[in-house]
Design a protein around this ligand. Structure first.
Ligand code: FDA
Length: 397
């Protein structure tokens, strides 16, 4: 038996960060709005984000912190709905938060506060949320779109793709937005995992195995881009914020240049120690600037672990300092979609209007959030893009 077709002004595929923000705005503007998600709960990535505390925005969110083949695309939305606009909403709901560092804002209590704020805002605005929905085909028809959802036909004047990216498939991440976008004739830029730990080959792992678990403040550089944050040696390779950040710029075959003691002047420090008698080992001096295990690793790598400093010429001290300040490593890969925080690439933003997120060639079709080729740095930038792009589409649908 055919059930009657339901008609909506706006149907949003994906009730994650961007989709919920768009639903709130559309419904507040009086649009009959339906957000659909195949998950059992909305905003699952929000719930697990920031170690359960959700780094919900960054006060420094601006185009410099986003990667895209079309770097200016994000300007309009980020300007029109800013980090402070989102903070104002959080404050209005009385959600306690704190700044951790570098403009990164986290919930004091739980990421669930942000999910609850969004679902409450949706409900109060009159947007409908349907979970566990199986979305099949979607096609353009005169005046809108027809979708197959749970075997039923839905009609929508506007269709918003907000299905996010491919990272963490076990949480329900899919490439659905990309497949639908392609079906509507939009281009998709190549995708790869971003904000992801990098891995070593067996030989490098055998060398660095004793360092697993060591964390150090470092500056990791790839080409002209560098990030100074914590770096963590793992049993697979390297992780920690400095590595996650640089991973978005790293391509297979690239070497990383890592300063394991940024700000220290190790050549001078080693010479000074030698001038003061030189009975200490190089590893002991290095350990004043980095964890002891790492100091020993570097000194052993240079074959200088035991030798007293007095026996070492400037040449050796310079080589040792260089090994710390400009360690060159060549990861062989990344941990992939399984652990990546984000997807780089996505729906080609040259096919979208930066003010409305609407596809230029398909009136009424909008793409927001991570599904579009806009990827932020670590630190709340990706949620801000989700809020800003969702808000921008919400004003236009
Ligand atoms: P999002 O992934 O939030 O939502 C997409 C929705 O679409 C999901 O609800 C999904 O179930 C649904 N969907 C997918 N396929 C579907 C289909 N076929 N049918 C129906 N529904 C479908 N960012 C940040 O700024 N600060 C942080 O602290 C963190 N922390 C963090 C931790 C971890 C572990 C991860 C994996 C990611 C982060 N991020 C982050 C990144 C951030 O979570 C991400 O960029 C945003 O959630 C993107 O918002 P979207 O709404 O675009 O996608």
């Amino acid at each position: 038996m055919n059930r009657p077709t339901q008609s909506w002004d706006v149907v949003i595929l994906g009730a994650g960060a961007a989709g919920m923000m768009c639903a709130i705005e559309a419904a507040r503007r009086g649009r009959r709005t339906l957000a659909l998600d195949h998950a059992r709960a909305p905003g699952e990535k929000i719930r697990i984000s920031g170690g359960g505390r959700c780094n919900f925005t960054n006060l420094n969110a601006a185009p410099h912190a986003y990667l895209s083949e079309n770097p200016r695309f994000c300007v309009s939305a980020l300007r029109r709905f800013t980090a402070r606009d989102f903070v104002a909403r959080v404050n209005r709901r009385g959600i306690p938060w704190h700044e951790k560092k570098l403009g990164q804002l986290f919930c004091d209590r739980s990421a669930r506060d942000i999910v609850a704020m969004l679902t409450d805002d949706m409900r109060e605005a009159g947007a409908e949320l349907r979970l566990g929905a199986q979305v099949g085909d979607a096609r353009a028809v005169e005046g809108g779109f027809v979708l197959q959802v749970d075997g039923q036909e839905l009609r929508a004047r506007r269709l918003v793709l907000a299905c996010g990216g491919k990272s963490i498939p076990k949480m329900g991440a899919t490439d659905f937005a990309l497949r639908l976008a392609r079906r509507f004739g939009l281009r998709v830029t190549p995708t790869r995992p971003g904000l992801v730990p990098l891995t070593f080959d067996a030989a490098a792992l055998a060398r660095t195995a004793p360092l697993s678990g060591v964390s150090v403040e470092a500056e990791a550089a790839c080409g002209k881009t560098a990030f100074r944050e914590a770096l963590l040696f793992t049993h697979r390779g390297l992780s920690g914020p400095a590595i996650l950040q640089i991973s978005s710029y790293w391509r297979e075959g690239d070497a990383l240049r890592i300063d394991l003691a940024p700000g220290a002047e190790l050549f001078d420090a080693l010479r000074q120690a030698r001038a003061q008698g030189g009975r200490r080992s190089a590893a002991a001096v290095l350990a004043e600037h980095m964890p002891r295990r790492l100091a020993r690793f570097v000194a052993e790598g240079a074959g200088l672990a035991e030798a007293p400093l007095a026996a070492l010429p400037d040449r050796s001290l310079r080589a040792l300092a260089e090994a710390v300040h400009a360690w060159r490593v060549k990861p062989v890969g990344s941990e992939g979609w399984r652990t990546a925080e984000v997807m780089l690439g996505g729906v080609d933003t040259r096919d979208l209007d930066s003010r409305t997120m609407e596809a230029r060639a398909v009136p009424g079709l909008h793409v927001i959030g991570e599904a579009a080729d806009v990827t932020g740095w670590l630190g709340g930038y990706n949620f801000q893009w989700a809020w800003s792009s969702g808000w921008a589409a919400g004003q236009a649908v």
